[in-house]
Design a protein around this ligand. Structure first.
Ligand code: GLP
Length: 260
C-alpha cells in the first residue's frame, strides 16, 4: 500500500495522470468508477484532459461500484445517472460502455450475478477509483461485510444514510435503505486501486484502513492485502496516521522513475 499525503490539487493530478497514461497505453482499459464527492475533482480533471488534450474514453469500459435499490430510472441521485452527469457525458464515453449494478431489477440476486459475469467478461478492472465512508466502508460494503463478499444487496447503516442525506435535500427519509454493491472480494480483484480521501471526517477511517488490524468492522482494511493499492490523502484525512512522518518522507524521496 502506497500512502501519499499531498495538497488536493496534487492528489487529483496524480490520479488523473495515472488514468490518462493507462488510457493512452490501453485505449480499451476497464475503469472502476466511484460515486460520492471524493472522486469529483478527478472526473473534472479527466474531462479537462479530454477537452484540451485529446484524452479519449471511446473504447474504454466502465464499471460502477454500487447503486441504490429502487430509485426511479430518472432520479438524479441514481448512481448510474450521477456517473453519466459527472464523467461519462462530459467525455466521449458511449453510454452502453458504462455499467452499474441494476438496482431496478426484478430479480436482484440474478442482477448481481450478471454484474460479476460482465466484469469478468470485460477482462476485469484495470484501475478502480475508490472513496471511503466515515465508517470505513468502501463502495457500500458496510461494517460486518465479508472480506471475500461478491456483488450483492446490502442494508445501509444509519451513519451512511445520514452522510448521504446531503444529496437528498438533507432528508434522511429520502435516502434508500438498500443498495447493490460490488463485494470486497470483487473490489480486491481490480488490478490497481486508487483510493482518495480528504477532510477530517475521514481521518479515523483512514487510520484504520492503513494502520488498523484487518477486520470486517472496518471493511476498507481488506485493502492492506491488495498488492497494488495507492491511498491519496490530504493533511486532514492523514491527521491520525501514526506513521504520518514516514509516509511524507517516503513520498518526498520517491524515485523519479516510479509511477503509482
Ligand atoms: C458513498 C459511496 C462510496 C463513497 C462514500 C464516501 O457511500 N457508496 O463509494 O466512497 O459514499 O463518499 P464521499 O466521497 O462523498 O465522502
Amino acid at each position: 500500500m502506497e500512502v501519499i499525503i499531498a495538497p488536493t490539487d496534487e492528489l487529483v493530478r496524480i490520479a488523473a495522470q495515472n488514468i490518462d497514461e493507462l488510457l493512452r497505453r490501453k485505449p480499451d482499459a476497464v475503469i472502476g468508477l466511484a460515486t460520492g464527492s471524493s472522486p469529483l475533482a478527478i472526473y473534472n480533471e479527466l474531462a479537462r484532459r479530454h477537452n484540451e488534450e485529446g484524452l479519449s474514453f471511446a473504447k474504454a469500459r466502465g464499471f460502477m461500484l454500487d447503486e441504490y435499490v429502487g430509485l426511479p430510472k430518472d432520479h438524479p441521485e441514481r448512481y448510474r445517472n450521477v456517473i453519466e452527469k459527472e464523467i461519462a457525458s462530459r467525455v466521449d464515453w458511449p453510454s452502453d460502455q458504462v455499467e452499474g449494478p441494476n438496482g431496478l431489477a426484478d430479480d436482484l440476486p440474478d442482477a448481481c450475478a450478471q454484474y460479476e459475469q460482465d466484469i469478468k467478461a470485460a477482462g476485469g478492472i484495470d484501475v478502480q477509483i475508490l472513496g471511503i465512508g466515515t465508517d470505513g466502508h468502501i463502495a457500500f460494503n458496510e461494517p460486518g461485510s465479508s472480506l471475500s463478499s461478491r456483488t450483492r444487496i446490502k442494508t445501509l447503516t444509519q451513519q451512511t444514510r445520514v452522510d448521504n442525506a446531503r444529496f437528498f435535500d438533507d432528508d434522511i427519509d429520502q435516502v434508500p435503505k438498500h443498495c447493490l454493491t460490488q463485494g470486497l472480494g470483487t473490489i480486491m480483484e481490480a488490478k490497481h486501486i486508487i483510493l482518495v480521501a480528504t477532510g477530517k471526517a475521514k481521518a479515523e477511517a483512514v487510520h484504520q484502513l492503513v494502520e488498523g488490524p484487518i477486520s470486517a468492522l472496518w471493511p476498507a482494511t481488506v485493502l492492506q492485502m491488495h498488492p497494488h493499492c495507492t491511498v491519496l490523502l490530504d493533511d486532514a484525512a492523514a491527521s491520525r496516521l501514526q506513521l504520518n512522518t514516514y509516509y511524507r518522507d517516503t513520498y518526498a524521496n520517491k524515485p523519479a522513475w516510479q509511477g503509482i
